[in-house]
Design a protein around this ligand. Sequence first.
Ligand code: GLU
Length: 470
Amino acid sequence: MTVVTRFAPSPTGFLHIGGARTALFNRLYARRHGGKFLLRIEDTDRARSTVAAKQAILEGLQWLGLEWDGAPVYQSTRAERHAAVARALLDTGGAYRCYCSPEELAAMREAARKRGSGRLYDGTWRDRDPAEAPEGVAPVVRLRAPLDGETVIDDAVQGRVAVRNDQLDDMVLLRADGTPTYMLSVVVDDHDMDITHVVRGDDHLTNAFRQTLIYRAMGWDIPVFAHIPLIHGPDGAKLSKRHGALGVEAYRDMGFPPEAVCNYLARLGWSHGDDEIFSMARAADWFDLEEVGKSPARFDLAKLTSLSAHYIREMADARLAGLIEPSLAARLGAPLTALQRARLVAGLPGLKPRARTLGDLAEAALFYCRPRPLQPDAKAAKLLDGDGRERLALARAALAGIANWSAESAESAVRAAAEAAGEKLGALAQPLRAALTGSTVSPGIFEVLDVLGKAESLGRIDDSLGRAAG
Ligand code: GLU
């Protein structure tokens, strides 16, 4: 049997972090078993589905690297097929037409409530002669559900869960206007797409019982269900926006690399021993539904941030530069030149150990890309006045004499100049930093000199000396 899983989002909002985890688990499970991971967009709620939401879901999945196999299936295009299945059930007696008016249904619901019964429809038309159908009333089609016994699901995460059949109504499959209900559409699509494993949030567990009845009525194989606990906030309450229940793009915009988000999501409710940091290829070798926890995982932004720092530290400089280049260009108001890009790549090894997010990194790297003359911030400007200016001039003279420019040769030259002037190294390094970076915080100053190169370094120093003089 080829394993086939699917992610089936409703495009009524962005791809939120819980949905992304569901997609990831489905994809990992399929990869683990050499199977397929399909995407179905459940866009039957025309009023609430938006093109923008569809786009956000596709882009979110792509950004995370959660590519699906084949073309996405759009549920709304399959309404005819769903209706045909309902008609097939009418033919076999697995379903029947119900002509109840909204008033009758409301009265039944009220009566059920009074009895304390979960069965809101009383089966009025179940065995009634269709010849008694009232004139001019378009019927709904209902499933003829079993009245006794129980429906059992052997859930791969929740274990055995059962519900008494007298708690399940004869659910509507086709509305009076002929449109299929959600419950019918999901089952028909999962069947037609050959889905073998339905991995989704446990808010769908109650649906699984009703869906099981439709599978049975059609004589179809029932997929393995795996209902994963929803994600909770750090305080144990259901995840809300306040906790980080944001769209995936919000995490992208916060500067978390996709690798870090995937690694974090993989660990959110699933574990493999004590392993915390691993690639998705590795996770696909390990992933199993048995290790998905039964209790809700808690979302922890600090953990995601520390994974983000890890992935940034480990990432190749060229890729990292590519990830932050758009934000640098936006801040500079122009695309990076080849020279700016080269400096950026050369500067990253010294910057990435300290960055927690790509935003941090872009902020720290900006000075390498800024065109001359730099505008020093207030603290840096203070270091470039009076004594500072004189020391900067000493450092400049020492640097100008270097034939083979490198961090080492720059350091020897500046040290020698400081000694000759009876100053500490810091007395020269501080204004140097202010002139070269426009700020008082940066990687080691000799590394900065090395990355900028001799001409740019002397140019930035001259800009400062010129400004201070003027
Ligand atoms: N469309 C449903 C949702 O977005 C998921 C349905 C399913 O996975 O069966 O919650």
